[in-house]
Design a protein around this ligand. Structure first.
Ligand code: 13P
Length: 250
């Protein structure tokens, strides 16, 4: 069935020496990817080093963003072709912080998703809440529109390489995670959406992660939910011991 997936999202929080230190501390302690898949999302400038440093480790290297053109005059952007070339395996696309601070829209997210897939990268597509129910705050549902828009033009063959991550905006970095029940309901709604867009069989094959204030304390209950296949972790995953605990829980 679906292999659990634990992804650390370091954002822009580590320096070179911290990266080396983290890898040293988790070295040899991460299980085989057939049991649980693990990934580390880091700033572009660390990715090539990370690929080399994890060559003998099951940890996958994840980019935090990508451009939608393979090459050309796009100063400051990162080419999906180059990401693939250096050995990155996954890429986060449409994280709430990218949508909020860098004006990413459903349409640029979709361009990035198709560019990643075209280049053999596996997108981890981030969705947050449906703004029409946002006023209800903690009860907001995941944005089905974001899921559908991100996947426009993604084929039945390609969808198998996609992971969806639900991260409610209010839970990101707040110390207040969704309850396991809220996270399950959200993941279930996303899976139903995938069933409508593709088929129920395919929907069962796509991994859905929860993100937002995940810690070793709340992860067990969240990951025990039937529609949740793993976690996307910011703050807690900066700490190698907590990262290893999360992987052990998965
Ligand atoms: P925190 O785990 O710090 O809430 O961050 C979540 C996140 O944004 C992961 O992508």
């Amino acid at each position: 069935q679906r292999v659990p997936f634990v992804v650390a999202n370091w954002k822009i929080n580590k320096l070179q020496a911290d990266v080396v230190d983290f890898l040293k501390k988790v070295d040899g302690k991460v299980p085989d990817q057939a049991v649980v898949e693990t990934g580390i999302a880091a700033q572009d400038l660390f990715l090539a080093d990370l690929v080399r440093a994890t060559a003998a480790s099951p940890i996958h290297v994840v980019a935090e963003n990508v451009h939608w053109e393979d090459s050309g005059a796009y100063t400051g952007e990162t080419s999906p072709k180059a990401l693939r070339d250096i050995g990155a395996k996954y890429v986060l696309i449409g994280h709430f912080e990218r949508r909020k601070f860098f004006n990413e829209t459903d349409s640029t997210v979709n361009l990035k998703v198709t560019a990643a897939l075209r280049n053999g990268l596996r997108p981890i597509i981030d969705v947050d809440e449906d703004m029409s129910t946002y006023a209800q705050f903690m009860d907001a549902e995941p944005s089905v529109a974001q899921v559908a828009a991100a996947l426009a033009g993604v084929s039945v063959d390609q969808i198998r390489n996609v992971t969806i991550a639900y991260e409610p905006t209010w839970a990101i970095g707040s110390g207040e995670a969704a309850s396991a029940d809220q996270a399950q309901k959200a993941a279930h709604l996303i899976r139903q959406t995938l069933a409508k867009l593709y088929s129920p069989v395919i929907a069962e094959q796509v991994r859905i992660l929860y993100g937002g204030s995940v810690t070793p304390d709340n992860a067990r209950e969240i990951m025990a939910q039937s529609d949740i296949d793993g976690v996307l972790v910011g703050t807690a995953a900066l700490d190698p011991d907590k990262f290893l605990k999360l992987v052990a829980i998965a």
